[in-house]
Every structure is written in C-alpha cells, then in structure tokens.
Design a protein around this ligand. Structure first.
Ligand code: NA7
Length: 542
C-alpha cells in the first residue's frame, strides 16, 4: 500500500471490496493472499456475514443444504468444518464465516461499521474514490462490489407506519437483542421464503399471529434434521466428487435435474415421483422433471400436487382456499421450503388475512387497517423482501467515466456484461451482479466462480501491464438481450409479482435480472470470454 510519494497511506489500496459476506471474504483472500494486492473490505455491519449478519429473524435458515453451502476452494476449510444440520441455521452460518475469517486471517483487513455511500471513478488517475457514511475517504484501482443480492430491505411505504405505537421490524434488519413475542399480538406482512420460515416460529410463543398474505406461495417441506455421523463422514471423504457435482449442475446444488419429461410417465408414476420428492423435501422438488419450467401443462401437474398437499394439511377449508389461490406457475417465484408452515394455520392462535382481496390501507397507532377491517398489534413484522440484485448497488452513489451515474446507466434496468462489469465503469466488478445466475443458484458456488474470474482477470491485467478493463456497450447490449431471451423461453416471466424482475418495488424498471441458462453453462461462457483475450471487454494500458 503505497501513496504517490512512495509513503504508506492509510486510505490508498490496490483494491477495495464492499461487503464482508461470502463474496467479500473470499475476494479479500484471493486478491490479498493469491495476488499480493493491498486490499481492504468495507462493511456496513458491525460484524461479518453479509446477508446472514442482518437476516437473524426467527427461523432464519438457508434453503441450500449445509454441505454445499460452503467454500469449496480450500480442502483445509472443508475438512476442518462440520455442519450440524441438513440446512444451516443463521447463527451457524455466521459461526462458519467467523471460522473462515479467522483461519485465513482476514479480519485485520476488514473495516466494520463502515458504510460506503459513494464511489466515483477518476479517469485521469484511473482510481476509484470511495467515501463512507462517516466521511472517511478511500482510494483504489479496483473496486469490487460484494454487496449481495438480497441486502437492501424493502419496507413498503404504507401510510402511518411512523404513527405505530408498538414495535416493528423488517426481517432483513433484525435486531441483535431478542425480540420477545410471548403474550404479544403479532402481525406479519409477507409470505415469501422469509415469512414462510418466520411464521411457524413466531406462532410458537406469540399470543396471536396474524399473517397478511398478498401472493400465496407453493412450499415444499424442508425436512430439516441433524446430520448423521455417516453423512458427515461421506461429506469429508467425498468432497472432490461433491465439488465436481456442484460445479456441473444447473443450479449449483448437489442434485441434477431429471432428464425425463412430465408426460413421458403415467399419471400414477408422476404422482409417485412427486410424493417421493415431497417426502425427501427441499429444493430438489423442482428437479423431478426437466420440463417443469418450460411447459405450462407440465408445470400444472406439480402445482396441482402441491395445492392438494396444502388442502390435506390445512383443516379450515376457507384458510386452505386462501392459501391455494396461487396465481403463478410453480418455481417461477423463488420456491420456498418450510418447516410446518401450512400446519401453523391449524393452530388456534394463528389467522390468515387475504390482502389481495382486501388490501392494507394504512398503519395506525394500534395496528393495521385493511379495506374491510382493523387489527391491533403489539409487534409488526415486515417479511416484505428486498430491492433485490440492483438495490444494494443503486443505494450507493456510484459514478463511472465522465461522472456517469449508475442510476443513469441503469435507467431502464440493469445493463451489464455477464453480470460482472458495467460499460462506463472501468475496474468496477460486481460479484453475482444482474445478468449472472446468482439467486437462481446455490450462492457460494456462483460467488466462487465470480471471485475466481475477477481475480484471474486482475492478475492477467497486471501481468500484461494493463491499467483498466470495462465491457463494450455492444457486448452488454447483446448479453442483456440474451439474458432476456433465455428467461422468455421459460415460464419465469409468468410470475407477475416476482422480485426476479423487479416487480416488487414500485417504480423499478421491469427487467428479468438473473441469467436462467444454468451455472455450468454460464461458467463456460465466462471462461471462453477470458480465454479469447477478454472478448467483449476493452482493456487499456493507460
Ligand atoms: P420475498 O420473496 O420478496 O417476499 C416478500 C413478501 O412480502 C411477499 O409475500 C410479498 O407479496 C409481500 N409483500 C411485499 N410488500 C407487501 C405489501 N406492501 N403488502 C403486502 N405484502 C407485501 O422476500 P423474502 O424475504 O421472503 O425472500 C427473499 C429471498 O431471500 C428468497 O427468495 C430467498 O432467495 C432468500 P408479493 O409476493 O409481492 O405479492
């Protein structure tokens, strides 16, 4: 870390990384320990963990299975860590990341409690100037946004929230102190993956839980359980095969999507396949058939199966009807997995309100009003999701060449090449950015692939004495069209309210953001671009 005059400077680095989650930690290790660059991570939270630092709501747990929700770049990390449950709970994930950070001695280069508010590129100096909320200034040649896809909380602008006399929390900004639900009337808005995890846990202690549902959701049981000694041994011994598998599958999980098609089997066989997948539990349900995401009639068979399950579980027919009025094909919104979500509606202390039929009109000092009723609460829980994928980047004042702001560049939606870089923003890299598979995958695999690509890219530039890289506008245009076409070839666009295309945020430009073509294929595309001399990018010496 040397300044202009050769003296060490506290604020000038080769690389600045924003965010200390899975992505930022591995990026720091890669740039600092593999390339020897002076690098620092700026992290808004007072601890590491990124998404998992903030999402500590009741029931918070990852939907990826624990043995694949881990870094696979290091055998040492893999052999020294042991997960305890089939799906890792939030505290265990944070413990895992602490273990990694300590093992790799990362903390000395992480500045906690340091929220980045702006990042401006100075062309003459080929340098990014980054400013924090506290007014501290950092400078670097490379800027890497490891800001996550689901880190900008969406608190809907419901009139009157400020007048509410009780406590209220967004699940993605959950307090570190215990929230006491015992004896309390709780209102929960939202029934996405988060709401589906939180409701059963809150219901266990609350006096009464009222769930406000706008869009009903499919959900498959998680069947979480402690991992057996045999399974732990299998994971330890088979890490090479597991690594190979998760790097070869569409969604970067340890399961392959079946080759068979829905109507290649009899109705009876199909039912048996769905039943077995339901019993097994987890995200693998969508891998039962290869055409579930492209053929509506095929998808309907899965949707019907899952709706029938809800009707069997939920005793009150009216509640069951509200839960099964699902308006999108299965899997076109992120399919949640659950522990006793539908069973929770059989409890005496839980009720379900259909806010599609009777929307929420305002929040009052005492609770929530809809068009037809008023409800009183001690606590309101917003499980209302995120300004996903682009939100964390747009929250910062990022300006590239000639002062071009990211807001302007993305006026009609995100514009990137490979989800890795943005035209006009030299040396800025976005880990799991829009246009990459990101949220459609088991994230650590997508993160490792991006970090490795970025690290190789920077190494190659330095070896060739190149100062800057950015994609061409033509490459970004073509990539955007391809991402869009790929999504349009599936049923994905049929989910009207999905955050995948920004529809959950009023005024957000509608554009399908993640690349649906699969992680393995995407990896090849990125590798090919690099091996063809960074095709689609412009690289300059000065
Ligand atoms: P999601 O999946 O965006 O879910 C948010 C939920 O909140 C969803 O049911 C929304 O209904 C509901 N919502 C949002 N705003 C409102 C208002 N104003 N009124 C009523 N209901 C509202 O976020 P999650 O946190 O559950 O999950 C995000 C991802 O984290 C998840 O997919 C995993 O990848 C991990 P809507 O569906 O928009 O009608």
């Amino acid at each position: 870390m040397t300044g202009n005059n050769g003296h060490k400077s506290a604020s000038r680095f080769d690389a600045l990384i924003i965010g200390a989650g899975f992505a930022g930690l591995y990026q720091l290790h890669s740039l600092r320990d593999k390339l020897g660059l002076s690098s620092v991570v700026l992290e808004a939270g007072d601890g590491i963990g990124g998404t998992w630092y903030w999402n500590r709501y009741p029931g918070a747990r990852c939907d990826s299975e624990s043995h694949v929700y881990a870094y696979y770049f290091s055998d040492e990390l893999l052999t020294e860590w042991e997960w305890t449950e089939r799906y890792p709970a939030q505290p265990e994930i944070v413990r895992y990341l602490e273990f990694v950070a300590n093992k790799l001695d990362l903390k000395r280069d992480i500045r906690l409690g340091t929220r980045v508010v702006s990042a401006h590129y100075l062309e003459d100096e080929n340098r990014w100037i980054v400013t924090t909320e506290g007014g501290t200034r950092f400078e670097a040649t490379y800027l890497i946004a490891a800001t996550g896809c689901l880190s900008a909380a969406n608190i809907p602008a419901i009139p009157g929230l400020e007048s509410f006399d009780g406590e209220w929390y967004h699940t993605g900004q959950w307090p570190h102190e215990e929230v006491e639900f015992r004896g309390k009337a709780v209102g929960q808005i939202g029934t996405g993956s988060t709401g589906i995890q939180a409701a059963p846990v809150i219901a266990q202690t609350a006096k009464h839980l009222t769930v406000f549902q706008r869009t009903p959701n499919f959900s498959v049981p998680a069947h979480n359980r402690p991992l057996s000694a045999d399974f732990k041994q299998y994971v330890r011994e088979s890490r090479a095969e597991i690594r190979k598998l998760i790097r070869s599958t569409t969604n970067a999980h340890a399961f392959k999507i079946s080759d068979r098609k829905v109507f290649d089997v009899s109705a009876q066989e199909r039912e048996a396949i769905y039943e077995a997948a339901w019993e097994k539990g987890g995200l693998e349900f969508r891998a039962c058939f290869q055409d579930l995401m492209i053929d509506k009639a095929a998808n309907d068979t899965a949707a019907d199966f899952l709706k029938n399950k809800i009707r069997k579980i939920v005793k009150d027919p009216e509640t069951a009807a509200t839960l099964t009025k699902i308006d999108h094909p299965y899997g076109t919104k992120r399919p949640p997995i659950d522990t006793d979500y539908f069973e929770t509606f059989n409890r005496e202390n839980v009720s379900l309100i259909d806010v599609r039929a009777n929307p929420i009109t305002r929040i009052t000092p005492r609770g929530i009003e809809t068009t037809d009723a008023a409800y009183e609460f001690d606590i309101i829980v917003f499980a209302t999701g995120f300004d996903a994928i682009t939100g964390p980047l747009l929250k910062m004042d990022i300006r590239g060449r000639d002062g071009l702001s990211i807001h302007k560049a993305w006026e009609t939606g995100p514009w990137t090449y490979l989800g890795l870089q943005i035209p006009g923003f030299p040396n800025l890299f976005t880990i799991t950015g829009p246009g990459s598979p990101s949220v459609l995958t088991n994230m650590p695999v997508a993160i490792e692939q991006h970090v490795d690509w970025i690290t190789d890219c920077i190494a190659d530039m330095r070896n060739n004495d190149l100062a800057r890289i950015e994609p061409t506008a033509a490459a970004a245009d073509a990539w955007g069209e391809y991402v869009n076409e790929t999504a349009s070839a599936t049923l994905m666009p049929q989910a009207g309210h999905s955050w995948y295309h920004g529809a959950n945020i009023p005024g957000k430009p509608l554009k399908f953001m993640p690349y649906v073509g699969g992680m393995a294929h995407y990896r090849t595309i990125c590798d090919d671009a690099a091996s063809r001399g960074y095709e689609g990018f412009t690289r300059q010496a000065r």
